[in-house]
Design a protein around this ligand. Structure first.
Ligand code: NDP
Length: 684
């Protein structure tokens, strides 16, 4: 079978013979991959001219709905993916990380897209910046989708997660993707893409797939494209210096090799829960995906006094690992993804053995269950001990991308930090400690050199997601050798595929550009109370200016009596007079916002269904008995919940006193029906 690429709206074979892709356990040929003869300029043009415009025509919520539909469809089909995944050497639990992990990551982006983003297509980055005394000239950062293609180059170890974790933020941003999986496991990615294409959920051009090499695609890259790469540091280095990348300043996000450390803190001696948890985690990280994880633990840093106990405990744990064909009963660790990878890992092991002793596992002698040891890409778990890590080089520099880790003794916390930092930039580190002060010292020492730091103690261990799991909510990437890139991290992950632009102008201009009313902009009189206006008829800037109300001592005392808030600044003349901020009794801040609601609400049944909170609440100036307050309420932003029959409306709210000074400022968050008089049964 020849793997096909999905390009320019159709499935295409490459010309001629391709690279043979083999079952990792049996060596049997599964397919050939070849992209020769494909017009790479046309693929980029298809993404830019067909996929991009279709995605950009959608709002964030509509794109999030596409992701949600994909999550549902892929979830229905996952048994088929699991079956094929065995051929990559993955056990069922390895496949869970790849397949369910990938679908779950996409689900997080679907949820975040619909909850944290507006139903709009411009993303506002941060608050308005005041640039002038009179407030007529302001600035706002906006993010818009880049109008090129996102080229995703993925590693062989996660053929599903690797694709979906990049695809989700890209589509949410409104950018089309061209996915190039690593050739050795491309058959699984191809199956998933085939099912996505068949589902017709995505607009044409939003997703293309290249099985095989990328040919001369890089020659055609332009300033609106993005490349996101996962793989070896060497490949990253050669690709990021490609002349088209350099000439056009194409963003190049890289996630590469990493010598990740796991630190057993000095407090976590043998017999403590943290010691047990550490041993379990190191053994788990060595064997999950047969150690083929960019985040896997390579250096287990332990206090010199605990080395003997740690090695003995790891030897006992690793002895229980059954290696073999992942389809066979009882197998806990499968083969590497290919024979090439086995050769690569054994060569790297040779380098490590020059300065570390092998204390568990023998690559020449080990049992394999349900498969032929030579035909499959099998390697047993291999544990090394480096006795002189200060003068060692390979242990800090050589990544054996398999079930290989080295125990590294350290003298004190400062030494542990220095040894971890010798990786020159890593994706993840973990610390096992029940002493938060110690853990904090380690975290702050590790942070400049690591993209993510996990601290495990007995309180969080049960729910901890573990050392090796990148999470959709948190950034994944690392400095230096780890590639210097960032992926994921919630909405942050989407922004890599958008252009951030600083826009300057008048408040009205920026209100129109960004879809959020800005103070200093026109206050519109809608001719009726804004709470009587259904969602679709409300305009940004629609304003209510309330009547005035005097705040009395009686108000303050009644509010104190009703709520029980009898703080001295409201209730005690003498003590309040001593307060340097107030110099006398003042109204409760919460009374002011309650009184403001009394001034601005429109009581009868109508389109405003409810109030779900306040944002950015600030009490700016105290209000004293006898002061007069009034409120301005202005429609600030709108986001339709299309499937619910209502939309979210934020109201910019300002309470001022008799001198026109602001005493409180906030945004009132409401749900407003699309109907003037909502139907009691309608949509909530
Ligand atoms: P590579 O860097 O060789 O490959 C990674 C991806 O880049 C693959 O899709 C590969 O495609 C592609 N690629 C390679 N050369 C080019 C090129 N000239 N133009 C465009 N794309 C290219 O890494 P491997 O997957 O072979 O793994 C090698 C080592 O990398 C591992 O042993 C490990 O040390 C490290 N690694 C790190 C990972 C991480 O997540 N940080 C993940 C996987 C590996 P193709 O497969 O067709 O060559």
């Amino acid at each position: 079978m020849q793997l096909q690429s999905y390009v320019c709206g159709g499935w295409r074979y490459g010309e001629g013979r391709g690279v043979a892709l083999r079952d990792a356990s049996t060596g049997e040929t599964i397919a050939e991959a070849n992209s020769a003869g494909i017009d790479f300029g046309a693929i980029l043009a298809h993404a830019r001219e067909v996929g991009g415009p279709a995605l950009r025509a959608l709002t964030f919520h509509e794109r999030a709905a596409l992701l949600k539909a994909l999550v549902k469809r892929l979830g229905e089909l996952k048994d088929e993916f699991y079956l094929l995944s065995y051929r990559t050497g993955a056990t069922k639990s390895d496949s869970w990380i790849d397949i369910d992990g990938g679908i779950g990551t996409m689900a997080v982006f679907a949820n975040k897209g619909s909850r944290e983003l507006p139903n709009a297509s411009v993303y506002l980055d941060g608050a308005v910046e005041t640039l002038s005394k009179g407030g007529t000239f302001v600035g706002q950062h906006i993010c818009v989708p880049r109008e090129g293609a996102a080229v995703h180059i993925n590693a062989f170890n996660f053929p599903v997660w690797g694709m979906l974790e990049k695809l989700a933020p890209t589509l949410l941003a409104g950018m089309p993707a061209i996915v190039k999986p690593a050739t050795s496991t491309a058959y699984l990615t191809e199956l998933v893409v085939r099912r996505i294409v068949e589902s017709r959920i995505l607009p044409e051009g939003a997703l293309q797939l290249v099985c095989g090499s990328l040919g001369n695609l890089f020659e055609h890259l332009g300033c609106q494209d993005v490349v996101s790469f996962t793989g070896s540091a060497n490949t990253a280095q050669s690709l990021r210096t490609h002349r088209a990348i350099v000439r056009n300043s194409v963003p190049f996000i890289a996630e590469t090799d990493s010598l990740n450390s796991c630190v057993l803190a000095p407090d976590a001696g043998p017999g403590t829960q943290e010691f047990e948890l550490f041993v379990k985690e190191v053994a788990r990280e060595m064997t999950v995906k047969a150690g083929q994880k960019c985040t896997a633990i390579r250096k287990a840093l332990v206090p010199a006094a605990s080395v003997g106990d740690v090695v003995a405990a790891l030897q006992a744990t690793l002895a229980k690992v059954v290696v073999g064909d992942p389809r066979a009963d009882g197998v806990r660790m499968g083969p590497l993804a290919s024979l090439d990878q086995r050769n690569e890992v054994l060569a790297r092991l040779g380098e490590l053995r020059g300065e570390a002793d092998l204390v568990f596992g023998d690559p020449e002698r080990f049992e394999v269950t349900g498969a032929d040891r030579e035909r499959g890409a099998f390697v047993p778990p291999l544990l090394l001990l480096c006795r002189e890590p200060g003068s060692a080089r390979a242990v800090h520099d050589v990544e054996a991308f398999g079930p290989v880790a080295t125990v590294v003794p350290y003298r004190d916390v400062g030494d542990a930090i220095l040894l971890a930092r010798r990786g020159e930039g890593s994706l993840a580190a973990s610390v096992f400690s029940a002493d938060d002060a110690l853990a904090s010292r380690l975290v702050l020492g590790l942070a400049p050199y690591h993209g993510r730091v996990l601290v495990v103690n007995r309180h969080c261990a049960k729910e901890s997601t573990g050392h090796g799991s990148p999470l959709a909510h948190l950034v994944h990437g690392g400095p230096g050798r780890a590639g210097g890139g960032e992926e994921l991290g919630g909405i942050r992950g989407m922004l890599h595929y958008m252009q951030r632009t600083a826009v300057q102008g008048s408040p009205d201009t920026l209100t129109t550009v960004g879809g959020r009313w800005i103070r200093g902009g026109t206050l519109r009189d809608p001719g009726r109370h804004p709470f009587r206006i259904p969602f679709n008829e409300l305009s940004l800037g629609d304003t209510l200016l309330s009547a005035e109300r005097v705040v009395t001592i009686d108000d303050i005392e009644q509010f104190a009596g009703l709520t029980g808030d009898t703080f001295y600044a409201h209730m005690d003349d003498a003590e309040a007079a001593r307060n340097p901020l107030f110099g006398g009794r003042v109204a409760h801040g919460y009374f002011l916002i309650s009184a403001a609601a009394g001034l601005f609400v429109d009581p009868p049944y109508g389109p405003v269904l409810g109030n779900y909170g306040l944002n950015e609440l600030r009490f700016v100036k105290p209000v004293k008995p006898g002061d007069r307050i009034k409120v301005r309420l202005t429609c600030r932003d709108k986001s339709l919940r299309a499937d619910k029959g209502w939309g979210e409306v934020g109201w910019d709210t300002e309470i001022t006193n008799q001198d026109g000074e602001t005493v409180a400022s906030y945004t009132v968050l409401t749900m407003v029906s699309v109907h003037a008089v909502p139907d009691a049964a309608a949509g909530n």
